[in-house]
Design a protein around this ligand. Structure first.
Ligand code: S3P
Length: 435
């Protein structure tokens, strides 16, 4: 198949109202918990991305009826905690680390065997971080030297454990909590730094007894979940590209309505403000148990910062965009404590460093971050290595470049942000598909 490349050309002020799609983390979890609940859950604002559709398709393969009643709207006919049935073919998680890791936990407690597979990028991502603690709970999951496919052997009696995560990861925490639903006794997860707590909040919304606070979650197994309706907020990580773009392109002003503002997701907002950005939050409210608000962002001159290490987990998906902001800010930006970026959809430190250098930026890689000296961007050709967030970040860089940028391998943007090219073009990006 022909590779999809983009051309992003220099542009001027960005203007308008940008409605970004639903939150990826919440959409995955809504499908999974809806499936395990008793009754019908109506999900609105579901992300129509390849990652979240893959999770829905896996659950359908496991016997769950999921009706598409409109764009971003699903009715999940829950089968109850023990209602899933085994599939005779592998379960394809596509590009989605969240899908595979959470499903590993969910499937570990079933009576049947399953095989979880993924695409080329997912097949290179570390899985021992979930299979080892799950094994301590009594699960049996084979990997290929720590990598997918995952062979999940069913029929195991799980028991709760108390587990301290070596690395802050909401995916690992969530996998253990989902296995904990099937375990005897209590499962407790302790984090080195609090991570997004959607699994905990949503379990509570579905009526499962759970105690949680930042950095800690505890539940016991063998209760039941009652179906509930879920409004998925707009994804802060998708909004992030527009926050950066409008901040750095002179003359810009954008409004992003109803964006999810869970405090474990908004690290980039704080980082950009520390750099001098002009971002306001209006109309703050709660929707479906999650804080949401409208973001108004205007261009402002940015300067480099030493990013506080404790903010890293709260903006773990936003570094490619931050690196672009830093490459046009005045002075130096230093990022440390972000080694996790090396095991995302691509090695995001290496991919961003190579791409930024290719277009004239000054960036030095370190094992757990980078040092970036702001300046101007000439333009050229960069590779996204099939990483959606890298592709969208270089689209911003193109706007600011002298000659434009050709971005290779952008098809995976559809995993998290279907319609990005159209939405970005509507507010002033000069973005198109390359011949
Ligand atoms: C996610 C957790 C994060 C994040 C990913 C989504 C989640 O991964 O990068 O995009 O939905 O739980 P880690 O748990 O690996 O940090």
């Amino acid at each position: 198949m022909k590779q999809l490349d983009w051309i992003s050309r220099p542009g001027h002020g960005l203007h308008g109202v940008v409605r970004v799609p639903g939150d990826k983390s919440v959409s995955h979890r809504a499908m999974m918990l809806g499936a395990l609940a008793n009754g019908r859950s109506h999900v609105r604002g579901f992300l129509e991305g390849e990652d979240t559709r893959a999770t829905a398709a896996v659950l359908q393969q496991l016997g769950v009826r999921i009706e598409t009643v409109g764009d971003g709207e699903r009715i999940v006919h829950g089968v109850g905690l023990h209602g899933l049935r085994g599939a005779d073919t592998p379960l394809d998680c596509g590009n989605a680390g969240t899908g595979m890791r959470l499903l590993a936990g969910l499937l570990a407690g079933q009576s049947f065997d399953s095989v979880l597979v993924g695409d080329e990028s997912l097949s290179k991502r570390p899985m021992r971080r979930v299979t080892e603690p799950l094994a301590a709970m009594g699960a049996s999951i084979d990997t290929q030297d720590g990598l997918p496919p995952l062979q999940v052997h069913g029929g195991k009696n799980l028991r709760g454990i108390r587990y301290t995560l070596p690395v802050a990861s909401a995916q690992v925490k969530s996998a253990l909590l989902l296995a904990g639903l099937y375990a005897e006794g209590e499962t407790e997860v302790i984090e080195p730094h609090p991570t997004r707590d959607y699994t905990e909040r949503m379990l509570a919304a579905f009526g499962w007894p759970i105690a949680f606070e930042p950095g800690r979650a505890r539940l016991s197994g063998r209760h039941e979940m009652k179906a509930t309706d879920i409004d998925v907020p707009a994804d802060f990580s998708s909004a992030a590209f527009f926050l950066v773009a409008a901040s750095v392109v002179p003359g810009s002003e954008l409004r992003l309505p109803a964006v999810g503002l869970n405090p474990r997701r908004t690290g980039l907002l704080h980082a950009l403000r520390l750099m001098g950005a002009d971002i306001r939050v209006e109309n703050e409210r709660e929707s479906g148990g999650e804080p949401v608000g409208d973001l108004i962002v205007c261009h402002a001159p940015l300067h480099g910062i030493e990013l506080p290490v404790e903010w890293v987990p709260d903006m773990i998906d936003e570094f490619p965009a931050l690196f672009v902001a830093a490459s046009v800010a005045s002075g130096r930006t230093v990022v440390r404590g972000a080694a996790e970026l090396r095991v995302k959809e691509s090695d995001r430190i290496a991919t961003m460093a190579a791409g930024l250098r290719a277009i004239g930026a000054r960036i030095e890689e370190t094992p757990d971050g980078a040092m970036i000296d702001g300046g101007s961007l000439a333009g050229g050709t960069v590779e996204s290595h099939g990483d959606h967030r890298i592709a969208m970040s270089f689209a911003i860089a193109g706007l600011l470049s002298r000659d434009g940028i050709r971005i290779g391998d952008c098809a995976n943007v559809a995993t998290s942000f279907p319609g990005f090219v159209e939405l970005a073009s509507a507010c002033g990006f000069q973005l198109g598909i390359a011949d």
